[in-house]
Design a protein around this ligand. Structure first.
Ligand SMILES: [Zn+2]
Length: 732
């Protein structure tokens, strides 16, 4: 199945084009999605991942009753791969020791179908038993020292090679057998893409045939063999995907292979290809741990939608703790589950709970998921979103992470993106994410402003697309080394976007810098501060970032609202004074091209914001986006608290989601209690001046008085617990 381009564009544009002169309309007139298949039907997923001793020992009726109660309309059930839960006839396909004459998978499948659920089968491809290793030693993963790899957690297992005959032959026959016996709606394979670099005979020979080289022994993306490997591995996995898809579809054309794959800049398989191939996708981000904010789940949804458009996506959440010690049989406290799931729903994930082990030790999660799913079921018509109305898009770039970031991709590529994300959430600015390989005019049409947080590696073609976007009236905010490297991570002589930035690379970078600042400057022609400095007028100067690019402006002496104070000693204290107290170096470059506005920060403002969370940097990022966007936002919510916003249209309604993240545990879970946010004043622009018949709250379950003006309505939400959805019904 390939992506339906029209369908995709509808999804991101929503067919709702808002111009700066007014609000266009087409949400209502846009034709419905072409979905002859089943994929778009299910809204709530249930996954029971069997453990080997579940057959004969778990309570099937309990689960079927639970699925019915929570209105789950699709299930993912464990079938085979490393352990088979059905009577397989494939040699070396290991049956659960508890299976006996049973068909545990088939029995539960039958029960789910009886409830009208769609069912997909789960397989796992990453591990096998000793007999497989004895019969086919070449199916096993080999490490850099040439040793076969035992499973790191369960010593009875061997780790398999993902790119050789184990997957291409053995797992293909497993998938064919499951499809022949059960005709399931899809096969979802876990850990199918390998467990790291494999040096087995097949990988060595196939890589040599592809590249003429030996497998790399370094992770440096500038090493020629490593670079070829990144390309070859993806090619091989996409071939495997195709092989499994054709085996499956030769038996059931309405079914497909669904990889457990995908993600943001740090994911290793190209999302553009995944988005084009996959009719549906599931994001396996089961929960948070460490210093992870709850909005990460919404970010996952945005990254998946950037590549899949309007195709359905589900967010897999675990009911247990997701920590590095992997307490797989644990239960997360209820409010933590709620916060994670609700932020995903607000950004268009369909919920999918996963439970390993069908004999639950701790049942405290059951009523939490039941409550979430029942609410979801009752409000389903307001959750079948057609389009986001956000006008700002943050670009993410897998090639920047792979070839420029390399082993530092998290620090240099993901953290700038997280910083910008946090600033937009704090600023209550609704936004989407965009994949850097999908930057042609049609894909960018819904957006007024494109944000490039250190998108360092961009091809000539991509730079051309961005230039065209600005020429057409689009706006740009970019930071740090954006476009200073080509798509392979090789540094250019100058920024690919130098003509837009109004400045050129002066040949060197500086950092990490200690104790550097930026002075705030008034525009000599007006005697006033630029809107970039809104809220900072009394500051005189603010802290600088930690890394910067030394640049030379295209036009010397032009006004910059920020001027660099170079780094100076921070010890001994007697020596802590600036010298000189400022330079002539601009801290930001601001330009206008016809209707397009560009703001470029030659330093790591978004990365430093994520690192230090200084409020002044957050303000700069918000002001930059507001100035660039230069129009009334689609939704404005005023009040106290940290609120993650999204705005959507459905068939005959629109919704605004407010996810209240105000919480002492926001930046490190797990959340204990929910702290309600007080009254919020809301103004929503209404596409096409549609007449509104009713405004109501889907969580508060009450109607809301509203005032309708020409192209917007205003109302107040008295209080937001964790989540509120303002549903706005259009006149028919
Ligand atoms: Zn291998």
């Amino acid at each position: 199945m390939t992506i339906d381009r029209r369908d995709f564009l509808q999804a991101i544009a929503g067919g709702v084009l808002i111009s700066s002169s007014g609000v266009g309309d087409s949400a209502a007139t846009a034709p419905p999605a072409q979905t002859a298949s089943w994929y778009d039907r299910p809204m709530r997923w249930a996954q029971l991942a069997f453990v080997e001793n579940d057959p004969g020992n778990y309570d099937r009726e309990f689960w079927l009753d639970y699925f019915r109660r929570i209105h789950a309309d699709a299930a993912c059930l464990s079938a085979g791969g490393c352990v088979a839960f059905y009577p397989t006839r494939i040699p070396l396909h290991y049956r659960s020791k508890w299976l006996g004459n049973r068909d545990t998978f088939g029995d539960l499948l039958k029960g789910c179908r009886g409830l009208g659920m769609n069912v997909i089968a789960r397989t796992d491809a990453h591990a096998c038993h000793q007999d497989v290793c004895d019969a086919h030693p070449d199916w096993i993963m080999v490490n850099a020292k040439g040793e076969k790899v035992r499973h790191w957690s369960d010593r009875d297992f061997w780790v398999t090679c993902a790119l050789g005959p184990y997957n291409f032959e053995f797992m293909t026959s497993v998938h064919r057998e499951i499809m022949t016996l059960y005709g399931v709606d899809g096969i979802f394979t876990n850990r199918w893409a390998g467990s790291g670099m494999c040096y087995c005979i097949h990988c060595r020979e196939n890589f040599r045939a592809f590249s003429g080289m030996d497998l790399p022994r370094t992770n440096d993306p500038q090493n020629p063999a490593r670079r070829e490997y990144i390309v070859w591995r993806q090619k091989r996995l996409f071939e495997l995907w195709k092989a499994w898809d054709s085996a499956i579809q030769s038996i059931n054309p309405n079914s497909s292979f669904i990889p457990n794959a995908g993600g943001g800049a740090l994911s290793s398989l190209d999302m553009k290809t995944i988005g084009a191939r996959s009719p549906i996708l599931f994001a396996d981000r089961q929960g948070r741990s460490g210093l992870m904010p709850p909005w990460i789940n919404g970010k996952n949804a945005k990254e998946y939608r950037a590549a899949l458009g309007r195709k359905p996506i589900a967010g897999i959440f675990s009911v247990g703790l997701e920590d590095r010690y992997r307490w797989k049989d644990s239960v997360q406290n209820g409010n933590e589950i709620r916060m994670w799931v609700v932020d995903g729903i607000a950004h268009n994930f369909r919920p999918w709970f996963t439970k390993f082990n069908a004999k639950p030790f701790d049942r405290r999660w059951l009523p939490v998921v039941e409550e979430l799913y029942k609410w979801h079921y009752e409000n389903e018509r307001y959750l079948r979103n057609e389009a986001s109305l956000a006008r700002v898009a943050i670009v993410y770039s897998q090639q920047t992470a792979a070839y420029y970031g390399g082993e530092q991709a998290r620090a240099k590529v993901e953290n700038p993106s997280l910083g910008f994300y946090q600033a937009m959430v704090e600023g209550r600015i609704p936004f989407e994410m965009v994949h850097d390989e999908l930057l042609d005019a049609e894909y960018l049409a819904p957006f007024r402003t494109l944000v490039l947080p250190n998108i360092a590696a961009l091809s000539e073609k991509q730079c051309g697309q961005i230039r065209q976007y600005v020429r057409g009236g689009g706006n740009l905010v970019a930071t740090w080394e954006t476009s200073l490297y080509d798509e392979w991570g090789v540094r250019r002589e100058d920024f690919g976007l130098a003509p837009l930035f109004g400045t050129s690379f002066a040949g060197r970078t500086e950092g990490p810098m200690q104790n550097s600042y930026l002075t705030l400057e008034k525009d000599p022609s007006t005697g006033r501060y630029h809107p970039l400095l809104g809220g900072l007028e009394d500051a005189t100067r603010i802290i600088n970032g930690v890394n910067r690019v030394i640049v030379k402006p295209a036009v010397a002496g032009s006004y910059s609202p920020l001027v660099v104070v170079p780094t100076y000693p921070d010890l001994p204290m007697e020596e802590v004074f600036p010298r000189p107290d400022k330079t002539k170096e601009a801290g930001v470059f601001i330009r206008e091209f016809g209707r397009g506005r560009v703001m470029y920060f030659p330093w790591d403002v978004a990365r430093t914001f994520w690192d230090v969370l200084n409020v002044d940097h957050g303000k700069l990022l918000q002001n930059a986006v507001l100035w660039a966007t230069n129009e009334e936002p689609p939704v404005k919510v005023e009040g106290v608290g940290v609120v993650d916003l999204s705005i959507w249209t459905q068939k005959n309604s629109m919704t605004v989601h407010l996810v209240n993240l105000t919480n002492p545990m926001m930046m490190k879970g797990p959340v204990r209690e929910i702290i309600p946010a007080p009254r919020q004043k809301v103004r929503v622009r209404v596409p096409g001046r549609r007449r509104i018949v009713k405004v109501h709250l889907l969580v508060g379950k009450s109607a809301v008085p509203f005032r309708q003006g020409n192209d917007a309505i205003e109302m107040e939400v008295p209080s937001v617990g964790l989540h509120e959805v303002i549903a706005i019904d259009f006149a028919a």
